[in-house]
Write a new protein. Sequence first.
Length: 256
Amino acid sequence: MKSLSKPLFAMEPLNSSLEKIGEARLILIGGRRGSMKLNLLYNLLQRHLDDVRHVPLFVTGTGREYLIKKFEALDLEMHQNVAYAKNDRKPVFFIDEINGWDVEKTCSQIRSLHHLFKVPFVIIDCLESFKNDDCYDFQDKMEDNIEKLRELSDFLEIPVVILSDLDKKIDERKGHKKRPALFDLYSKRLTSMLDFILLLYRPEYYQIDKWEDYSSTANQLELNFEKTPLGIAFSFKFLVQFNQKQEVVFPEIHNG
């Protein structure tokens, strides 16, 4: 991944823990609805916007609408599926809607864009949006999709960031047992093909108002780093704020 002009996050302890994230090829950010996956990713892109160019984004229809509004607010110029920087007229993001696409079509599009622009990394939202043939078991299809993305990432030597909604059975669990875990990633084989796994948990979405230590969960998002290139697992809690435009802002990303 292209080196950034400033640290990935505004939290130095977190940056130290993620020192080798640049070596990861396949990165998964997982969480159920309300976990703010796309919000978190957008805030990271916004922090490093000056360093980002030629990044393909493969998203759902609602995700595309959300990002286009955000990019226009950042003074990026939209033309069809491309967001341009007005100062240099270079493509910043290529935005494709992948509803109904299979992973082969997505990989083909990535190869074409990489041939033309040498893209630095790819973002896919989300894993579960890929078309699934009726003859495929869902778990087998997830593994097959990850395997193809892994092969593409290794061949092009670029990171692929994948968002995942995880197993919907999470929502049936009680209390803090709703916190996602590695076993919610469909299979051990799928987990083994990933280099980096970040699982998000926002208990406030489930109307759970206290953490296990009885402190308030209000306006907090828990980031659980379950698999990292350093081989360690750890967690951080991010504060969730809203600016004057009622947009989600993470101070731990921007303030530094």
